[in-house]
Design a protein around this ligand. Structure first.
Ligand SMILES: Nc1nc2c(ncn2[C@@H]2O[C@H](COP(=O)(O)OP(=O)(O)OP(=O)(O)O)[C@@H](O)[C@H]2O)c(=O)[nH]1
Ligand SMILES: [Zn+2]
Length: 280
């Protein structure tokens, strides 16, 4: 029997379940990122000025960032379109305009023709900050920093506007509540009237362009990120797989990422033909 305010969700297994939303969480209409809604900036490649520099992000400041993995430079950006903050954690690159920081210290001037190890890391306060075991974001962030430190050069681009796959922190908590009642991570977003993945990578492409990075070894299991960079004009020479940090709390989440979001948990690869295009 259906009750007012109770809606049904089809789970990945095909079973149907009912979830009663909290009073403050009515099912809202599907939402798009504000800049897409306003028609200001379509998802996709970064805008470039006529002189070829990235126009979408503004480099605001930079500072030393000593981390457990090594000494990085944190370069802070503002995405002029979304207003989002983005931080590039850089090691060992010859970054235009950064002459005296550790960004250039380890491998400055090195031009061995090798692609730069790069991770685009979507903000996850619960995983990265609280150490939540519901997802694998925290271990992935630490592992990516270790890959860069081991290589002596690379970039982790930390994307603050991406929390909850772009739906924001509070809606992610709402989605978790639905998952507590049995929904998987995709159906929970959809049940809230939100996209399963609202992320857009134009700001990240603009940051890489600003850093002078045009060919990367991309640290990810998510083929959508490869497609986004390729579509934005950044060459993904290979993908570096991240080991899955499996816990009893996140095994269902990881299965859903593999089965419904097509994440690749296998070994590192060259991008496949379907990733060489910008379709999403
Ligand atoms: N809406 C929602 N977002 C989640 C959930 N679990 C993690 N996230 C967010 O998902 C984002 C990370 O996405 P993932 O799918 O784990 O990984 P990815 O970044 O796409 O791919 P990798 O590069 O392989 O790590 C972060 O912004 C998290 O906050 C969830 O259950 N619901
Ligand atoms: Zn997470």
């Amino acid at each position: 029997m259906r009750h007012a305010g109770v809606h049904e969700i089809a789970t990945a297994s095909g079973a149907r379940m009912s979830c009663a939303p909290l009073p403050d969480s009515p099912v809202r209409p599907r939402r798009e990122a504000p800049f897409v809604r306003a028609g200001i900036f379509p998802p996709g490649p970064a805008l470039r000025r006529p002189d070829g520099t990235a126009a979408r992000v503004e480099r605001v400041t930079s500072t030393r960032m000593p981390l457990a993995q090594g000494l990085f430079t944190a370069i802070g950006y503002r995405d002029r379109v979304t207003g989002d903050e983005i931080v590039a954690l850089v090691m060992g690159l010859d970054v235009p305009g950064e002459t005296d920081g550790p960004a250039t210290a380890a491998g400055a001037g090195r031009s061995d023709g090798e692609p730069v190890p790069v991770r685009l890391h979507s903000e996850c306060l619960t995983g990265d900050g609280f150490g939540s075991l519901r997802c694998d974001c925290g271990p992935q962030l630490q592992a990516a920093l270790a890959v860069v430190a081991e290589a002596g050069r690379g970039v982790v681009v930390y994307l603050r506007g991406h929390e909850g796959r772009g739906i924001g922190l509070l809606d992610k908590l709402r989605a978790y509540r639905l998952q507590d009642a049995g929904a998987d991570t995709v159906d929970a977003n959809l049940a809230l009237g939100l996209p399963e993945d609202a992320r857009e990578y134009g700001g990240a492409v603009a940051v890489l362009t600003d850093l002078g990075v045009s060919a990367v070894a991309l640290i990810t299991n998510n083929p959508a990120k490869t497609r986004a960079l390729t579509g934005g004009g950044v060459r993904v020479v290979r993908r570096l797989a991240l080991p899955a940090a499996v816990t009893p709390a996140n095994i269902g989440y990881l299965r859903t990422k593999r089965d419904r979001m097509h994440h690749q948990f296998g070994p590192s690869t060259a991008p496949g033909p379907d990733e060489a295009t910008s379709r999403r």
